[in-house]
Design a protein around this ligand. Structure first.
Ligand code: NAG
Ligand code: NAG
Ligand code: NAG
Length: 311
């Protein structure tokens, strides 16, 4: 076979294989995060994640991008949501839940939409729907919480199920909510500029667990932030919180204590849903091991600016 022929036949084979592996994912708009890189530190999404099976979503609502999520099609949950923190200027909105048309059909509208009733079968197949969470004993846990978003529109945009994972109430309204408040306080007190946050769910190690046999339940929640420019005279007590900080929270009170130990003295309603604060590097190690991918969340570990000469 001549070289030319070989090339032709191998590219022919490629063309045949592509649709099988890529399915309907090969859209133009949704192929990457190019429309919403501003939500990532140095405009650089986390590195090391094998793209197969994941769908980047630039979360668009009312003609504006609000944050970014990496959606795991098989698990019907986001692996993470990435956003720039800005304290809410009002209350948690009463917003209707939305879905992502791009997951149904790659050339569909790039704006999130309120669920129709009844929900279209193609929507049900492509993503989580409200029915999955009903009677599941799990709450709808925001990765990007509405109270970390400034305007009412920003906050409403967090009410898309592509920003949601099944989270135990004991975690969602307990220690995990404390962590979200703590991050907000650190931002207000010491962050002088942007704070980039990435929050996600960590699947079970061996066998995934599901609600409604469709939506995967994370064993742990995780979060990390990067605030490259911060108050130069940090008190000793918060030194280790800048420029980066991370945490892992239990979402299953029966998990073993290797990653996050349990405080048996905490009150019964939240016992077993502890959150362990840690360095960015410690979180990346845990994530890399659990997902079997060498994950780096922030470009250059977010050490470019003040962090360097402070150490
Ligand atoms: C939810 O919890 C209740 C009470 O523990 C239990 O009876 C029920 O089977 C659970 N539902 C699901 C879907 O696991
Ligand atoms: C915050 O940033 C501004 C502008 O870059 C700078 O002038 C100021 O000194 C900084 N403040 C602190 C506390 O680092
Ligand atoms: C920086 O932090 C110190 C210590 O908490 C505080 O006294 C000071 O006002 C802060 N500076 C600015 C500009 O926020």
């Amino acid at each position: 076979m001549s070289q030319r022929k070989m090339l032709q036949s191998s590219s022919g084979a490629l063309l045949l294989l592509l649709p099988l592996f890529a399915g309907p994912v090969l859209g133009e708009i949704s192929e990457d995060f190019s429309q919403c890189l501003d939500f990532f530190y140095e405009r650089s999404p986390p590195q090391g994640i094998t793209p197969a099976g994941y769908q980047p979503i630039c979360q668009r609502y009312r003609n504006q991008y609000h944050f970014a999520s990496l959606y795991d099609r098989q698990h019907r949950t986001p692996l993470y949501s990435a956003y720039v923190l800005s304290p809410a200027d009002g209350k948690r909105p009463k917003a209707p839940w939305m879905y992502e048309p791009q997951l149904v059909f790659s050339r569909a509208s790039s704006e999130m939409k309120v669920f129709d009733i009844p929900v279209d079968q193609n929507v049900i197949e492509s993503q989580a729907v409200l029915q999955d969470y009903k009677n599941s004993n799990f709450t709808k846990g925001h990765l990007n919480p509405s109270m970390h978003q400034k305007t009412k529109e920003n906050r409403k945009a967090t009410f898309t199920l592509t920003n949601i994972v099944p989270q135990r109430a004991g975690s969602n309204s307990g220690p995990w909510s404390c962590l979200e408040n703590e991050v907000l306080s650190e931002f207000k007190a010491f962050c002088n500029g942007s704070m980039y946050v990435i929050t996600g769910g960590m699947p079970y190690e061996s066998e995934p667990r599901w609600i409604n046999n469709r939506v995967s339940v994370p064993e742990y929640m995780w979060s990390a932030y990067c605030c490259p420019s911060y108050n130069a005279s940090l008190p000793e007590s918060v030194r280790s919180f800048f420029p980066t900080y991370a945490a892992v929270g239990r979402n299953d009170r029966n998990s073993d204590e290797q990653i996050v130990p349990v405080d048996i003295k905490s009150k019964a309603s939240v016992r077993g849903y502890d959150v362990r604060r840690m360095s960015l590097e410690a979180l990346e190690d845990i994530l890399s091991q659990r997902l079997a991918m060498p994950i780096s969340l922030f470009q250059g570990q977010c050490q470019e600016q003040r962090g360097k000469d402070e150490v």
